[in-house]
Design a protein around this ligand. Sequence first.
Ligand code: SIN
Length: 300
Amino acid sequence: MAIKVARKHPTFFAEVTGVDLRDPLTDEAWCEIEAAFNTHAILLFRDQPLTDAQHITFSERFGPVITATNYHWKTEKRRVHPQMADISNIGNDGDILPPDDERRMNSRANRLWHTDNTFKYVPSRCSLLLAREIPEEGGDTEFADMRAAYDALPTTKQEEIEDLIAEHSIFYSRSLLGYDGLTDGARTELPPAAQVLVRYNPKTARKALYIASHASHIIGWPVEKGRTLLDELITHATQPQFIFRHDWRPGDLILWDNRCTMHRATEYDDLGARRDLQRTTISDEINSVERREMERGTAA
Ligand code: SIN
């Protein structure tokens, strides 16, 4: 079977066919997938009914898979594998979560534009989301190309933001929705994290905006001025020409590059229809500010 890659949007998001991810990947297939990932930033693989072990094995090709942590419902048994983020509206009893469930309320934050784990000191390189059950209506995911959004900025704006650093916090993004159910332990384990505002990928020689609903302000700037800039950049980056909307089918696996894309879940009847997806999240292994200092040769 020959691998084929077909772009679904003018600047990013491609569908890969001709590979069954349940089977061990040949070196040749891996090289083609890695090259497609760097070029297109997001890859869709259809008809991939993977077991957890197969999902994790493929994910590990991209780097270390993060063990998911529940900061909201720590005492509860998890429904899914420890290395999977549970992107569902299903409880441990197999039923749809009730309206006041903590997990349901927290997962509404996925409807804000974000990139995974920027609120952690070491953020995420990429994520792999596998669809198991999908509602008949709604529940699509939208993706935004932050490389194209960066390229479209006026040069003066690119120069203005080049060296800026933003502070990201999960408490900030949750507060935007009026949700304050995070445990005290989360406050200790997840202090705010500094991340660069513009990321450079040496493999592609491209820059991308690195922003998310977790970004609360620009370090060293008055909060209001920084928030205005962040709002302006998110509004710019989520214009229709930078967005692709994916209508899921069970068995779809989407791999996205968290360093150069944002995403958000869209509305569906989450009290009436089941939606069950599971995500592995790959660590970027180093904080983005430290990475930039290393790349520029300015590390202490
Ligand atoms: C996510 O934000 O990781 C999941 C997006 C979705 O539920 O569509």
